[in-house]
Design a protein around this ligand. Sequence first.
Ligand code: AMP
Ligand code: GLY
Length: 425
Amino acid sequence: MKVLIVGSGGREHAIAASVAKSSQVDKIYCAPGNAGIAELAECVDIGAMEFDRLADFAQEKGVGLTIIGMDDPLVGGVVDVFESRGLRVFGPRKNAAIIEGSKAFSKNLMKKYNIPTASYETFTDPEKALAYLETAKMPIVLKADGLALGKGVLICRTREEARAGVKTLMLDKAFGDAGNEIVIEEFMTGPEASVLCYCDGTHIAPMTSAQDHKRAKDGDQGLNTGGMGTFSPSPFYTDEIRKFCEEKIYQPTMDAMKAEGRDFVGILFVGLMLTEEGPKVLEYNARFGDPEAQVVLPRMKNDIVEVMEACIDGKLDEIDLQFEDNAAVCVVLASDGYPEHYEKGKVITGLEDFKGREGYYVFHAGTKRTEQGIVTNGGRVLGVTAKGRDLKEARKNAYEATELIHFENKYMRTDIGKSVDAIIN
Ligand code: AMP
Ligand code: GLY
């Protein structure tokens, strides 16, 4: 079978690496892809938002399965376009991807169906939002309703900061129309965990857990980023917590979406905060996490294409999802200055040292092939993943492997996965 993957980041590289292992697949295309994906797939120059061109391409080439990696095309309805043309595609339709596309929608869904989450109010009028803040408890969290590259969330320590936040989101429109409506919610504390789940509209199969590190600097300092590193599994996500989430969060979310006539097929990413009162949903995404996919997929034993086909056919209950009994850590190598100002075009060396090394992966994010070789082409450049028998070994392996790669202005956090030491020692 021929498979088309839509996207161009480390996540899509990890998806491509899993698809490449499938016995059913003889050809992979990726639109638009990147320099790393190009080693596994034929990259085609079609943008992720060019739905008709993507569908034309899938039709022309006889693609048997298209996998959508990114949020924007899902929220924009790419799956509906493919389905209307009789093409098989993995991902939620527009009416289900709204669970990521609108935070107001997802909060209202959780409230209606009693799914644990932070208490909140939604606002379309900045005056009303400001008035609400006058008596609200601080710290408080402001979220732009729409997609904002993971950056539309403001944690405000003081009333002053919160007032300024309303101005940033609703009046200055720092995230454009995403800020037409905002959610103001209770500030929660606790470890975070990301659980990515396969869904077929009725059944839901959670994968092994992971944890992301969103801030740019060690010790969770600095600005929010797309993600600076991940580890899997999360030792904070105990069996007891898993059972609670299965009963009170995952299946209820599937049932809620079905009850609303929005059957969810694809990957539901549940962002959890493990609070003292129990696990609560921070956010839903309608796709694999980036860089969560880079630690979860290398540990999955199943044939990914078989699992995705079962989702499309409503037969996920026939699949027994299995993960290796080990751990993985992914350290993101970024361009110094990310997420603000940074330089691109620096030659990357050392990539060839990873070829054929079992348990090690270099997933490309912002890279480009040029006459000088592969060069940096973005803020997050590469994700170096290593497995180990446990998290400690995986972390050691991943950090040692980062030393093999060189480029000018290489930057990484040095504490990915360190928070677990407190509980696994
Ligand atoms: P989100 O995109 O909604 O997951 O938010 C991004 C990040 O902001 C989360 O991963 C948390 O670290 C933080 N965050 C979001 N909502 C809250 C909350 N209610 N309380 C505390 N931190 C939050
Ligand atoms: N790593 C967080 C996300 O993909 O949204």
